[in-house]
Write a protein that binds this ligand. Structure first.
Ligand SMILES: C[S@@+](CC[C@H](N)C(=O)[O-])C[C@H]1O[C@@H](n2cnc3c(N)ncnc32)[C@H](O)[C@@H]1O
Length: 232
């Protein structure tokens, strides 16, 4: 069965983000910390989904454009904007090109928990570099590629492991990755693609997991990074 799209799961995804202490919320808190003071800055929340990070940035005084590919998630995001007017503009575009967005539009770009959904990582980083102003910043979060690994599945027992990059689909049907799948990449692929696109890594956070049971080996589930656009 082909993976669902975010349009298919948009209402479920909105509910899961709104659940108290959701993973998206936990990760967004780290993203916001790495953004620092954003008051007055023109920012893009890339792959904004239902607008969780976009709204937090706008409440901190940023002028936010939320961009996503899913028409239904954008519709949900606009409904939040109607209930609480924060001045966020939502726009449908593909992160891999950001067609329709002028060069050097934003002081900063955030992208939370979405690079695993996007097939062409290098094109996405190049598009981020293009829409950033000189010395602009880029903060992103991903599931930790060293610890959130594809596993062999009933349909593909050969699949899995750290070194096998590509699209995979979790056997667990109730989470995001069981519904829409994900692209697995090694850490070096992420870091080399950033460097090739002219995005300089400044700071990396690997938060300890919350609520591990006794005997669990604590490993980070997420990785959050802040980069700066190279000047050239
Ligand atoms: C796991 S959700 C994260 C949403 C939001 N950033 C959050 O933290 O809740 C991944 C998002 O990436 C979006 N997405 C996937 N591929 C995309 C693309 N090529 N361009 C723009 N958005 C994309 C999906 O529509 C979805 O909203």
């Amino acid at each position: 069965m082909p993976a669902a799209t975010y349009d298919d799961i948009a209402d479920w995804y909105d509910d899961s983000v709104r659940a108290p202490g959701s993973l998206a919320e936990q990760v967004a808190a780290h993203v916001l910390t790495l953004c620092g003071d954003v008051a007055g800055q023109p920012l893009c929340d890339l792959a904004c989904g239902q607008g969780l990070v976009a709204r937090s940035l706008a409440r901190r005084g940023a002028k936010v454009t939320g961009i996503d590919l899913s028409a239904r998630l954008l519709q949900i995001a606009r409904e939040y904007e109607q209930r609480e007017a924060l001045g966020i503009v939502y726009q449908r575009a593909d992160a891999q090109s950001l067609d329709g967005i002028d060069d050097a539009t934003f002081e900063g770009v955030t992208c939370s928990l979405a690079l695993m959904d996007i097939p062409d990582l290098s094109a996405t980083f190049r598009a981020v570099h293009r829409v950033l102003r000189p010395a602009g910043w880029f903060v992103f979060s991903i599931t930790h590629p060293c610890f959130q690994l594809p596993r062999p599945t009933a349909s593909d027992p050969e699949a899995g492991g750290y070194f096998r990059e590509g699209f995979w689909h979790s056997d667990y049907p109730h989470g995001v990755r069981g519904r829409v799948g994900a692209y697995h990449r090694t850490l070096s692929t992420y870091l080399n693609a950033l460097a090739a696109a002219g995005l300089i890594l400044q700071h990396l956070v690997e938060p300890p997991p919350e609520g591990e049971g006794p005997g669990d080996t604590p490993v980070p589930k997420f990785l959050i990074a802040r980069c700066r656009r190279a000047l050239q």
